[in-house]
Ligand binder design. Structure first.
Ligand SMILES: [Zn+2]
Length: 620
């Protein structure tokens, strides 16, 4: 993703102010469920498959940052919006400024250089917004008559038309093209966004959506990113047409209506997932607002992960036909890895939520059906049981059982942890009338996969006494920047680049040193300054190490943790120098007449000199 040069786009003071005003825990709490724990808020990490809450939001002592103890994701409010909501930096600043009610000027808006760096996603967003406005307007005009009739006929209330921003694509070949094409939205962009199609022969392009009822598809913050389009005439095929996927739009990651359903999902801790646009709209119209839709795909891993962060239970609603039953079985395949209960609700034969909710007792029947949904594993076991019942003979049954276990293992059941795993094992054993330990043994038959490379690299990064000493010194300062004042030491002396051997430590020391010129650095200020992701990850990891060191120090010694860390690092550095000197001396040539005692004496002097320098710089 192209990052805007920050100084071109906004004043640094404005950026700092927006960050200051943003309640990070509240912001993140809108996207994942956070539970207060000590001085932090913890939850399931939105950036990796997390089954134990390893994501922490720290908001004490003026710090506001997040950090995943498992995958290392970390940052401030801007970073969160960039990574979780797929926005670029400029959009993140505007989004958060808007959220805290701040007017913020882009300093480089008229600068062509800045405009040229505007990335693809910004263009795509712009195109989708313009198209959405165009379709909404068309719905009210003559061109929208047929679409309006269909809306009426489907019983969609005017408030729902407005809330979901339904629209109409006129029947012509170039209505949208004529309305949108211009210097602001060149053909290239409109084609990339799937709104126009290139002609097979010759130049030019034509409207993708013609004579259709338009269902805009929004991102999680409510911006349109793509479109679903329903044919208005039986002659037009297919009946439903979706935007092609592009940088902003991936069917497997997008849930229809999530921006409208999120608050209700978080509140009820239940998410209901239906299959179509009209089902979602019908539910919201009936006042059931914790409902989202998949976009013509089975529930993906990404979908489950997204919802698992908002609720404890997901209910997948399927139409009561064979296609629905098969879709249900496919959907179940992605749920084990996630710490969320999944219910499968297959409606009566020939029913879908939209039909159901249009009957007088529909809402009640819909709730009953959702209430009666079966646990996903139960559902899978039932389908398996049917197959097992058809299998005759002991060894054939054994094979069926092994195949089933193999399927479960393929679905990640073996990676599910602790209690949840043993519950699943017991349920399987029960259905199959075998002992739980047999199921367990079958599941464990393949050895666990070897530790992955990145972990090994991580270990490497933190080995070595010098590394650890450097790390601890930075950690203490990150957690307690007031340490400098408390000990009377000068930042320039403590954070001088030659104290640190590791380049990442040097980068972090430089950043802190810069910030310390103005003020005590907060974590969010440090994270905001670090452009390298691995450096941000390091900084937030060190913060927690600093917290631990400060605590240890408070409990075990009266020595200031900063002084202790500096002394430890100096010892390590001395040790290295000593080792180097001795090795040099061993390999000395004839002109060097020093004895080992001379070398040691020399080193002693040097050590005293180092301490003296430190003390003197601290006192000026
Ligand atoms: Zn993570």
């Amino acid at each position: 993703m192209q990052i805007f040069p920050r100084s071109i786009m906004f004043e640094q003071t404005d950026i700092d102010r927006v960050r200051e005003l943003t309640d990070l825990a509240a912001l993140i709490g809108e996207h994942i469920v956070l539970t207060p724990k000590g001085r932090e808020h913890v939850g399931l990490c939105p950036f990796h498959d997390d089954s134990n809450p390893s994501f922490a939001v720290v908001t004490h002592k003026g710090n506001h940052f997040y950090k995943c103890h498992s995958c290392g994701a970390s940052g401030d409010c801007f970073r969160f919006v960039q990574e979780h909501l797929q926005k670029n930096f400029a959009e993140a600043v505007e989004f958060l400024a808007d959220r805290v009610g701040m007017q913020i000027e882009q300093t480089g808006r008229s600068d062509p250089a800045a405009r040229n760096t505007a990335d693809r996603k910004t263009w795509l967003r712009k195109a989708a917004k313009a198209a959405c406005d165009f379709f909404c307007k068309s719905l009210e005009e003559d061109a929208g008559k047929q679409a309006r009739d269909t809306i009426k006929q489907r019983g969609i209330a005017p408030e729902m038309v407005e809330r979901f921003e339904l629209g109409a694509a006129p029947a012509g070949w170039d209505s949208l093209r004529n309305a949108l094409l211009g210097p602001e939205l060149p053909e290239k962009v409109l084609v990339a966004s799937g709104l126009l199609k290139k002609r097979n022969e010759g130049d030019g392009s034509y409207d993708t959506f013609r004579n259709r009822l338009i269902f805009p598809i929004h991102d999680e913050t409510g911006n349109p990113i793509a479109f679903g389009a329903r044919a208005l005439s039986d002659d037009d095929q297919p009946k439903y047409l979706n935007s092609q996927e592009h940088d902003l739009f991936h069917k497997g990651r997008t849930l229809y209506g999530l921006h409208l359903a999120r608050a209700s999902i978080v509140k009820s801790r239940v998410a209901i997932v239906t299959e179509g646009y009209t089902d979602v709209i019908a539910c919201h119209g009936a006042g059931i607002e914790n409902v989202v839709g998949t976009l013509g795909t089975a529930m993906t891993d990404e979908h489950v992960r997204k919802l698992a962060r908002l609720c404890d239970r997901i209910v997948l609603v399927f139409d009561g036909d064979e296609a629905g039953r098969n879709a249900a079985e496919r959907a179940v395949r992605n749920v084990f890895r996630h710490p969320v209960d999944v219910g499968i609700c297959v409606l009566e034969q020939g029913q879908d939520p939209d039909d159901m909710l249009r009957t007088s007792d529909g809402k009640q029947r819909f709730y009953q059906a959702v209430e009666a949904s079966r646990d996903a594993i139960e559902y899978l076991l039932e389908r398996f049981q049917e197959r097992l019942d058809d299998t005759k003979g002991l060894s054939a049954r054994q094979r069926t059982l092994e195949q089933f276990i193999e399927t479960l293992r393929g679905l990640g059941l073996n990676e599910v942890d602790g209690l949840r795993r043993s519950m699943l094992v017991n349920r399987i054993a029960e259905v199959m009338a075998v002992a739980p330990r047999d199921v367990d043994a079958l599941l464990r038959r393949t050895p666990a996969k070897a530790a992955s490379q990145p972990v090994a690299e991580n270990e490497q990064r933190t080995t070595g006494a010098r590394q650890i000493a450097e790390r601890d010194l930075l950690a203490v300062l990150l957690f307690r920047p007031e340490s400098l004042k408390e000990t009377g030491l000068a930042s320039a002396a403590v954070l001088s680049a030659d104290r640190f051997f590791d380049p990442a430590h040097q980068a972090l020391a430089n950043t802190m040193e810069d910030l310390l010129q103005a003020n005590l650095p907060t974590m969010q200020a440090v994270l905001g300054r670090l452009d390298d992701e691995s450096h941000r990850e390091l900084a937030s990891r060190l913060y927690f190490i600093g917290e631990r060191l400060a605590k240890d120090s408070d409990e075990t010694t009266t020595e200031h943790p900063l002084l202790r860390a500096i002394a430890a690092l100096d010892d390590r550095v001395q040790e290295e120098v000593l080792r180097q000197e001795l090795s040099d001396w061993r390999n000395r040539d004839d002109t060097d007449e020093r004895t080992p005692a001379d070398v040691i004496k020399d080193l002693g002097t040097r050590k005293r000199r180092a301490s003296a320098i430190l003390r003197s710089t601290g006192n000026d």
